[in-house]
Design a binder for this molecule. Structure first.
Ligand SMILES: *[C@@H]1O[C@H](CO)[C@@H](O)[C@H](O)[C@H]1NC(C)=O
Ligand SMILES: *[C@@H]1O[C@H](CO)[C@@H](O)[C@H](O)[C@H]1NC(C)=O
Ligand SMILES: *[C@@H]1O[C@H](CO)[C@@H](O)[C@H](O)[C@H]1NC(C)=O
Length: 438
C-alpha cells in the first residue's frame, strides 16, 4: 500500500506532467491520443469537420475544402505543394529527407441529399458528406498538428496527402501521376466505420479491399408484336438468361474460399406491355480479392454475355467502361505494416481494441497508392456509439459521424508515421533523395 507521502508525490508528478503535456505531446501513441483529446484540440477538429460537412464538394471540385486545408497548414507553419490533381494538397513535416512515409485523406463528397436534421447539415442541395471524408480530412489535419508539435523528433519526413475524387474519379491515380508519392516508402490510410465502437480499430494483412470494375452490355435481337414471338428475336429473354448465367460464374467457377462478386444492377429494355424491344442494356459491377481472379472474372463475364445471348439468337457487345471508370486494383496490406499497426495501435488503445477483420468487397481508391508505393496499409477506425440510438452506414442519407472519434484517427495516423520513421531511419542521409521543394 502506498504511503500518503508517495501518493502526494505521485499526484504532484501527474499534475506536472499533464501541465507539460498540454503544450506539447510526448511522442508516444498514448501521449498523442491524450493530446488529441484535449478539448481545445478536439474542438478545433470538430470545427473543421463541421465546416467541410456544411459545404460538401464533389470530385475535382473540392476548391473550398482544399483552401481550408491549406489555411490550416499555413496556420501550423507546414509547407505544402498545391495544386496536385486539380484540388489535391501534399504537406511535408519533418527533416525533408528520407525515409518518407505518407498519410492519406480523401476530400470529396457524394451526390446525395442529406436527411439528417442538425445544425451543421449540408447547405448544398443534392450533395452530402455521406462517406465520412469530412472526418478523414479533419483527422489528417489533427495528425498534422501532432506531428508538427514533435517535428524536431521526426527521423525523416511525413507526407500529408489530401486527395480529390475518391468516389470513382480516380483522384489517387492523378496524384500519383503528378509525383505525389515519389520516394515514399510506406503509406497509411483509413476509413471510419459504424461497425466498430469508438476506440476500436481493425484491419488485416493481405487483401483488405476488393479490386473492382464495371461492365455494360447491349443485347440486341429483333423487336416486334408481343403476341407474335415467332416473328421476333426476344432480347428480354436472352438478357434474363445472361443475368442468371453470370451468377453461375461465382457459384460454379470461382473457388468458394476466394471471394468474388458479380452484380447486375442495371436492366433496361422495353416500355410497353405488348411490344418486344429491339435491345436490352444490362450493367453491373464485379469484384475480386486478387489480380488473377479479377482478370479471370472479367474475361468470363464477356464470354458468358456473348455466348449466352447467342443461345437465344441475340448479339451482344460488352463494354467495361474502364476509360471513364478505371478498374480499382485490390488493396493489399503489407504484412510488415500489419505487425507495425498492431504494435502501435495496441500501445494506444489496448490489445482488446485492435481487431483483425475480414476483407471488404468495396473498392477503394487508396488501392492505386498501395500499388505505387513499396508498402501500404489500410485500416478501419470505429465511430459507433451505442448510446446515440440507431446509426446508419456510409452512403446512407442518415449517415452521421460521432465526432468523439476524431482524436483516435488523428493520433493513430500520427503514431503510425512517427514510429515508422524511427524504425526506418535513413542509414545514409548524405545521398538522400531530398524533396526539392523543401
Ligand atoms: C447478329 O450479327 C450478325 C452478324 O453481323 C447479323 O447477321 C445478325 O443479323 C445479327 N443478329 C441480330 C439479332 O442482331
Ligand atoms: C457516446 O455518447 C454519449 C452521449 O450520448 C457520450 O456521453 C459518450 O462520451 C460517448 N462515448 C464515447 C466513447 O465517445
Ligand atoms: C521499417 O519499419 C517497419 C514498420 O515498423 C518494419 O516492419 C521494417 O522492418 C522497418 N524496415 C527497416 C529496413 O528497418
Amino acid at each position: 500500500m502506498a504511503s500518503p507521502k508517495w501518493v502526494a508525490w505521485a499526484l504532484l508528478f501527474g499534475l506536472l506532467s499533464s501541465v507539460l503535456m498540454s503544450s506539447s505531446s510526448s511522442p508516444d501513441p498514448a501521449g498523442f491520443l491524450q493530446r488529441a483529446k484535449e478539448s481545445e484540440f478536439s474542438d478545433w477538429m470538430v470545427g473543421i469537420r463541421r465546416r467541410i460537412h456544411e459545404n460538401p464538394e464533389l470530385g475535382y471540385e473540392e476548391f473550398e475544402t482544399s483552401e481550408l486545408v491549406r489555411r490550416e497548414l499555413d496556420a501550423m507553419g507546414i509547407a505544402y505543394k498545391h495544386p496536385i490533381a486539380v484540388t489535391g494538397v501534399s504537406g511535408f513535416v519533418g527533416t525533408g529527407k528520407p525515409p518518407f512515409v505518407a498519410l492519406r485523406a480523401d476530400m470529396d463528397a457524394l451526390p446525395m441529399q442529406e436527411s439528417v436534421e442538425w445544425e451543421h447539415k449540408s447547405k448544398v442541395p443534392g450533395k452530402m458528406h455521406g462517406c465520412g471524408h469530412d472526418a478523414h480530412v479533419a483527422m489528417l489535419l489533427g495528425a498534422a498538428k501532432i506531428l508538427q508539435e514533435c517535428r524536431d523528433e521526426l527521423q525523416g519526413t511525413v507526407v500529408l496527402l489530401f486527395q480529390p475524387a475518391e468516389e470513382g474519379g480516380g483522384g489517387a491515380q492523378k496524384m500519383i501521376e503528378a509525383g505525389a508519392v515519389e520516394n515514399v516508402d510506406a503509406i497509411f490510410g483509413f476509413h471510419v466505420t459504424h461497425e466498430l465502437p469508438i476506440g476500436v480499430v481493425a484491419s488485416r494483412p493481405g487483401p483488405i479491399m476488393a479490386g473492382s470494375g464495371f461492365f455494360e452490355a447491349v443485347i440486341s435481337g429483333k423487336g416486334g408484336h408481343g403476341a407474335l414471338p415467332q416473328e421476333t428475336i426476344d432480347p428480354i429473354l436472352a438478357a434474363s438468361n445472361v443475368v442468371v448465367s453470370l451468377q453461375h460464374l461465382i457459384s460454379r467457377e470461382a473457388d468458394p474460399l476466394d471471394s468474388q462478386v458479380v452484380t447486375v444492377a442495371k436492366f433496361q429494355g422495353g416500355g410497353l406491355f405488348n411490344v418486344i424491344p429491339n435491345s436490352v442494356t444490362i450493367g453491373g459491377t464485379f469484384r475480386a480479392l486478387s489480380k488473377e481472379s479479377f482478370s479471370q472474372l472479367k474475361q468470363r463475364i464477356e464470354e458468358v454475355i456473348v455466348a449466352q445471348a447467342s443461345v437465344q439468337r441475340c448479339n451482344a457487345t460488352t463494354d467495361f467502361l474502364d476509360r471513364k471508370h478505371p478498374f480499382y486494383p485490390t488493396t493489399v496490406n503489407s504484412k510488415d505494416l500489419h505487425e507495425h499497426f498492431q504494435k502501435v495501435a495496441e500501445e494506444m488503445l489496448g490489445s482488446n481494441s485492435v481487431i483483425e477483420r475480414q476483407p471488404v468487397m468495396g473498392g477503394e481508391d487508396f488501392a492505386f497508392f498501395a500499388a505505387a508505393v513499396p508498402r501500404a496499409y489500410y485500416y478501419f477506425v470505429g465511430i459507433k456509439n451505442d448510446s446515440r440510438g440507431p446509426q446508419y452506414p456510409v452512403h446512407s442519407p442518415y449517415f452521421a459521424i460521432n465526432e468523439e472519434a476524431l482524436p483516435y484517427g488523428a493520433a493513430l495516423h500520427a503514431s503510425l508515421a512517427v514510429r515508422y520513421l524511427s524504425e526506418n531511419r535513413s542509414s545514409s542521409p548524405s545521398n538522400a533523395n531530398v524533396h526539392d521543394e523543401l
